[in-house]
Design a protein around this ligand. Structure first.
Ligand code: GLP
Length: 241
C-alpha cells in the first residue's frame, strides 16, 4: 500500500486528478470506478476543469459507481445517481449511457445486485477505483460486521452510517436504511485503487488501515491485500498519528 501525504484537500484532489488523467491518457476507453460522498467532489471538479481545457476526453470512457440508496431514483436529489449527474456527468463529454449506477428503484433488487458484477465483468473490469471511507471504516456500503460479502448485494446501513449521512438530508428519518453496494470482492477486483481520506472523524479508521490487522470490523483494512492501492491523507491527519 502506498501512502501519499499532501498539504490539504486541494492538493489531494489535484493528486487524484493527475492519477486519473494519466490513466485516461494511456487508455482512452478506461473503465473508471466512481464514488459519492463529499470526499471525491474536489477530484470531480478538477476532472471537469481538465475536460473543459481539453486535457482529458471522456467520449470513450465508461464509469461504474459503487453504491446507491434503495428507494431513491435519479429524480431524487439525494440519490447517488443524481449526485453523479450534478457533480460530474452533466459537465463532461461523457455519454450517459456509459455511466453505470446501481438502480435503487429496481423492482427486483436482488437481480439488480446480481447482474451488476456481470456488467462490470462485461466491461472488462475496473481500471481505477476511487474510494472514500466512512468513519467506521466502511467502503462503499460494506459495513463493519462479523463477515463481509464479496459480490454486489443489498445491505442494511449501520446506525453510525445513517447518522453520518443524515447531514445530507433534512432529518435523520429521511435517510434510507438500505443500499445496493458493490461487495468487497467486486471492489478488490479493480486493477488500481485510490483511497482519499478527508475529515478528522476518519483518523481512527485510517490508523487501523495503515497500522493494524485486517478485520471485518473495519472493512477498509481488507485493502491491505490489494497489490496496487494508494491512500492519500493530508498533513493534519498525519499530525494526529
Ligand atoms: C457514504 C458512501 C461512501 C463514502 C462515505 C464517506 O456512506 N457510501 O462511499 O465513502 O459516505 O463520505 P464522505 O466522503 O462524505 O465522508
Amino acid at each position: 500500500m502506498k501512502l501519499l501525504v499532501v498539504k490539504d484537500y486541494e492538493e489531494m484532489s489535484c493528486a487524484a486528478a493527475k492519477i486519473f488523467k494519466d490513466i485516461i491518457t494511456e487508455k482512452p476507453d478506461a473503465v473508471l470506478g466512481l464514488a459519492t460522498g463529499s470526499t471525491p467532489i474536489g477530484l470531480y471538479k478538477k476532472l471537469i476543469e481538465m475536460n473543459r481545457n481539453k486535457e482529458i476526453d471522456f467520449s470513450n470512457i465508461k464509469t461504474i459507481n459503487i453504491d446507491e440508496y434503495v428507494g431513491l431514483g435519479e429524480e431524487n436529489p439525494k440519490s447517488y445517481r443524481h449526485f453523479m449527474n450534478e457533480n460530474l456527468f452533466n459537465h463532461i463529454n461523457i455519454d450517459k449511457a456509459n455511466t453505470l449506477v446501481p438502480n435503487g428503484l429496481a423492482e427486483d433488487l436482488e437481480i439488480e445486485a446480481k447482474s451488476y458484477d456481470k456488467k462490470i465483468d462485461e466491461l472488462g473490469g475496473i481500471d481505477i477505483q476511487i474510494l472514500g471511507i466512512g468513519n467506521n471504516g466502511h467502503i462503499a456500503f460494506n459495513e463493519p460486521d462479523d463477515f463481509l460479502i464479496s459480490e454486489t448485494h443489498v445491505t442494511n446501513l449501520s446506525q453510525s452510517t445513517i447518522e453520518a449521512n443524515s447531514r445530507f438530508f433534512q432529518s435523520i428519518n429521511e435517510v434510507p436504511t438500505m443500499a445496493i453496494t458493490m461487495g468487497i470482492g467486486s471492489i478488490m477486483k479493480a486493477k488500481k485503487i485510490l483511497l482519499l481520506v478527508k475529515g478528522e472523524d476518519k483518523v481512527r479508521a485510517v490508523k487501523e488501515l495503515l497500522n493494524g490487522d485486517i478485520t471485518t470490523k473495519n472493512p477498509a483494512t481488507i485493502l491491505k491485500l490489494h497489490e496496487d492501492v494508494t491512500v492519500i491523507i493530508d498533513e493534519s491527519m498525519e499530525d494526529k498519528g
